[in-house]
Design a protein around this ligand. Structure first.
Ligand SMILES: NC(=O)c1ccc[n+]([C@@H]2O[C@H](COP(=O)([O-])OP(=O)(O)OC[C@H]3O[C@@H](n4cnc5c(N)ncnc54)[C@H](OP(=O)(O)O)[C@@H]3O)[C@@H](O)[C@H]2O)c1
Length: 240
């Protein structure tokens, strides 16, 4: 290690919004192994309890799209070194065949939910802290309209936030492509297997990501103090 550069999460206070499943849960476990002080948020109380029981990670059940609940949370738990957001979902359907409401909902859940979070969380960051949002790769505008616009909006937002929050704070995003996580818990095993094969055929690296591969990108972005405004794609080259 170069003298004077400390790349560690030891004793850093890390909040993972959406840390009870999928990528977020893995980030929580990895950060805890690096001796960070880890906090997670999810809506489902059972999953929050499970994480406490299985991994001894403390969590809170709340809807992080709700401004009042978020403000209350930060008031109670104070400021953090890093705030990570998994807010956002997915949608299938193009621009012409999808109800406007559905596209609006997908965009709201991705862009406005994270914008609101960034506005609140940026007031509760310790010096040299960072915000990391979650974007997305793959898919096409013609069959994932609202989701694609949401991802593009996240990428644009982190570029703006990075400058607005500098020099004391950083903002970045991680962009995974389709990965089997809790996001797809409503798919049955046959649907999951078919989707996995479809993705594998379209990804240059020929497979889907391991959840750990995506989670490690957030750890890297937390630890490296000279990266800001970037979208780190962990997607096997799907858009190439
Ligand atoms: N997996 C993929 O294929 C893929 C691909 C590209 C991008 N992404 C992006 O990755 C993120 C999802 O991560 P994931 O795939 O790991 O899904 P996941 O397993 O479903 O995890 C999502 C986490 O976020 C929490 N969450 C969602 N909405 C919340 C809210 N309003 N308030 C509080 N907690 C909330 C969930 O807990 P509760 O459900 O209990 O609230 C859960 O802990 C999304 O931003 C998605 O767009 C995923």
């Amino acid at each position: 290690m170069i003298e004077g550069i400390i790349m560690t999460l030891e004793n850093d206070k890390v909040l993972i919004i959406g840390g009870t499943s999928g990528f977020g849960k893995e980030i929580a476990i990895m950060a805890q192994h690096k001796d960070a002080d880890v906090y997670v948020i999810g809506r489902d109380q059972d999953r929050v309890n499970e994480l406490r029981y299985e991994e001894n990670i403390q969590g809170s059940s709340l809807d992080a799209q709700d401004k009042d609940q978020l403000n209350h949370y930060f008031k109670k738990y104070g400021s953090f070194d890093h705030v990570i957001s998994m807010l956002g979902g997915a949608m299938a359907g193009g621009f012409l065949n999808s109800p406007v409401e559905e596209i609006r909902e997908a965009f709201d859940a991705k862009f406005f939910a994270n914008l609101q979070l960034a506005q609140i969380a940026s007031k509760h960051l310790n010096k040299n802290g960072s915000i990391i949002l979650t974007s997305g790769s793959g898919g096409h505008p013609y069959d994932a309209s609202g989701a694609i616009i949401g991802n593009q909006a996240i990428n644009t937002m982190v570029a703006g936030l990075a400058v607005e929050m500098a020099p004391d704070f950083r903002a970045n995003a991680v962009s995974p492509t389709w990965t089997p996580t809790g996001l797809w818990r409503d798919m049955n095993s046959k649907q999951l297997a078919k989707q996995t094969v479809d993705v594998e055929e379209n990804v240059p690296l020929g497979r889907v990501a391991k959840i750990e591969e995506v989670a490690s990108a957030y750890i890297y972005l937390m630890e490296n103090d000279f990266i800001t405004g970037q979208v780190l794609k962990v997607d096997g080259g799907v858009d190439l």
